[in-house]
Design a protein around this ligand. Structure first.
Ligand code: PRX
Length: 633
């Protein structure tokens, strides 16, 4: 098992070692895993190209490190505890042995349907155990999984399937989310109309709702699993062969297919999981994220299972049937580490204290936060009311591209400070650059957060578009990985993440590109152009503000047009991308070179109507006055 830091001096020692001798440091961690063949060279890298390789020529299979490595000691220990949406429905518990059997069975099913190493398998499932089984079955045979969040629309699903060239889609008849039923098969059918690469669709029965079935293409999960064998030899993978693709938003409209590889991702997720959460044998760990996002990949599935943990997976939402659902789950399974997002914390805080009273949260030892900056009020509420003042909060900063946690307290080891992600984990070398690319060496500074040295969990490329990988992360500041985040460092050397400084907004911890929302709005026949910015939102962190120019206002009026814009955005992307505010404007403020001055639009969205800075390049300053007038009216 990976080494665990347990004291502040242990942290300092390990951190120093990881900087002065990164090769020795990571060799030591990687040596705790099972490799078919040990790597020949630990690292080759060049951020200018960019190219990064870890554990070169090492051979492994990540599922052997989850199962074969643990079965002897932990075969009967729960690996996944699945808590359904409806608390009246019984939970399901999979021991390591049971999960192993299911994974092998489904791996055999995949093979029987012609899936082999390197093929892409799209997964569009709700939070059911079959989702974990499918991911691990793909990993078992070297197929590359691409999980698409079940809240995405048919259009968004099709775009991701086509970009990856997926041969197979795994979906369900439907999914439960609170009181709602999501029609996953119906949406899949719609998406598949424009996906030529998909040959087979496997459908998990979850809701029992009526669905249509295409003969020869669609198969029920249960029928295929019935006769599948429980033994499937693991495919031997090179360290640098892809494990999965996960799409995320960038500053242009097209989603980015972030590629993670087998060896480095394995080493990094296991190491960070064990250390940040201070997981010990026998603990029960609950991450409330959705597996459709990176947090679920790294910290519900891979990190915990690699470390032989018991990981709780929850199908539903925090407010169903009541806002005490998370706390009941913590009590029910005696959870020791709990990991969620600031949005969830704020929304539960807003429901009032009564939902937390009389629930036994004594089992908790560590609380985690991820996905967006956590404000002081939410931090204190979480600390005082959920952690009862005795559980450290690990405010973990990281990204889809980083694969695992980068800057975070190590629970109980690094003293916390509200709103600060604190210090880099061993192996992570952050730097703060000014806008001209100079490294700001002083302790107390604010600037662009970059990383100057590779870490094993970093994404290696964007699927099918290495140029875009270079453009997105390695061109703004040559020789550095640019995170897209602004950061402040204080006198103690602690880091506080200030949020995105590119055209990406973070709504309820969901990362959305303003361009993709604008593209969706602009599809509307009555709209000529639009500009989308974020604004501070008390629950969601950021809300979406859309300035929209329409060619003709329909007779039905503004309200009807707003409704149809919201509908279009839901259909093209997802309901999560629906603007909170839509303002119709005559024109957008543009520079003489035709660029939208978003800075001004952001200020107006924040409720500030002056101090716009230099506006001398605006073609028509009256446009701004009109917009402000519109808001005031
Ligand atoms: O802006 C940062 C914010 O979320 C972005 C990454 O989003 P995504 O790739 O979807 O991954 C989210 C889950 C890891 C970052 O660029 N972010 C993430 N964690 C934090 C954060 N902002 C502030 N504090 C955090 N702890």
């Amino acid at each position: 098992m990976v080494p665990k830091i347990t004291t502040p001096s242990g942290y300092l020692h390990e951190y120093q070692k990881s900087v002065s001798n990164p090769i020795g440091f990571w060799n030591n961690v990687a040596d705790t895993f099972y490799w078919h063949k040990r790597w020949e060279k630990t690292l080759e890298w060049d951020f200018k190209k960019p190219e990064v390789k870890w554990f070169i020529n090492g051979k492994l299979n990540i599922t052997e490190n989850i199962f074969e490595r643990h079965l002897f000691l932990r075969g009967d220990q729960p690996a996944i505890i699945w808590e359904p949406n409806d608390p009246e429905e019984p939970e399901k518990v999979y021991t390591y042995k049971e999960l192993y059997d299911e994974v092998n069975k489904f791996a055999n099913v995949l093979k029987s349907k012609g899936i082999k190493k390197g093929d892409r398998v799209a997964i569009y499932l709700p939070m059911v155990p079959e989702l974990v089984i499918t991911m691990l079955a793909c990993a078992r045979i070297g197929a590359i999984h691409s999980v698409v969040f079940a809240g995405f629309s048919a259009n968004a699903l099709a775009e991701r399937i086509n970009d990856a060239g997926a041969k197979m889609l795994i979906t369900a008849d439907g999914g439960f989310r609170g009181e709602k039923i999501i029609e996953l098969k119906k949406t899949s059918d719609e998406a598949l109309e424009s996906c030529e690469s998909v040959e087979t669709v496997i459908v998990v029965k979850r809701t029992g709702q009526e669905i249509s079935f295409e003969e020869g293409r669609d198969f029920w999960w249960d029928n295929l699993m019935k006769d599948a064998g429980t033994e499937c030899k693991a495919e031997v993978m090179d360290s640098e062969e892809p494990l999965f693709i996960l799409y995320t938003s960038g500053s242009t409209g097209k989603p980015k297919g972030v590629v993670h590889t087998s060896g480095g991702y394995m080493v990094y997720t296991a190491y960070t999981f064990k250390n940040v959460f201070q997981y010990s044998n026998g603990d029960v760990y609950f991450c409330a994220a959705d597996i459709g996002w990176i947090t679920g990949h790294s910290y519900i599935v891979y990190g915990p299972l690699l470390e032989g943990a018991t990981s709780v997976m929850f199908e539903g939402i925090p407010t169903y049937p009541t806002p005490k659902r998370y706390w009941e789950i913590i009590d029910k399974y005696q959870v020791n580490q709990f990991y969620t997002s600031p949005t969830a914390i704020r929304s539960l805080m807003a429901k009032g204290q009564k939902w937390v009273e009389y629930i036994n949260l004594k089992s908790l030892r560590v609380l985690g936060s991820v996905g967006e900056p956590i404000n002081e009020e939410a931090w204190h509420w979480y600390h005082d009311h959920i952690g009862n003042g005795r559980c450290p909060i690990v405010d973990t900063w990281w990204q889809t591209e980083t694969g695992g946690i980068m800057i975070s307290p190590i629970a109980g080891v690094i003293p916390t400070k509200p709103t600060f992600a604190t210090l880099p984990l061993p192996g992570v070398q952050p730097v703060i650059l000014d806008n001209d690319g100079n490294v700001m060496c002083q302790k107390s500074v604010e600037g662009n957060l970059c990383i100057k040295f590779p870490w094993p969990g970093m994404a290696r490329t964007l699927w099918g578009d290495h140029d875009r990988y270079k453009q997105s992360y390695f061109s703004r500041f040559e020789g550095y990985y640019f995170t897209g985040d602004g950061v402040k460092r204080d006198e103690d050397g602690y880091y506080r993440i200030l949020g995105r400084i590119d055209d990406v907004i973070n709504v309820s911890g969901h990362r959305l590109g303003t361009a993709e929302i604008e593209n969706a709005i602009n599809e509307h026949p009555l709209i000529s152009e639009s500009a989308v910015v974020g604004f501070p939102h008390p629950i969601k962190g950021q809300g979406i503000y859309a300035y929209v120019v329409c060619t003709d206002m329909p007779d039905a009026g503004e309200e009807e047009l707003k409704k149809s814009i919201l509908k279009a955005v839901s259909k093209i992307i997802s309901p999560i991308a629906k603007p909170d505010k839509i303002q119709f404007v005559k024109a957008l403020p543009k520079t003489r070179s035709g660029k939208i001055m978003r800075r001004i639009l952001r200020k107006i969205a924040e409720g500030e109507y002056s101090s716009f800075g230099d506006t001398s390049t605006l073609t028509d300053p009256t446009v701004v006055d009109d917009i402000i007038k519109g808001v005031k009216e």
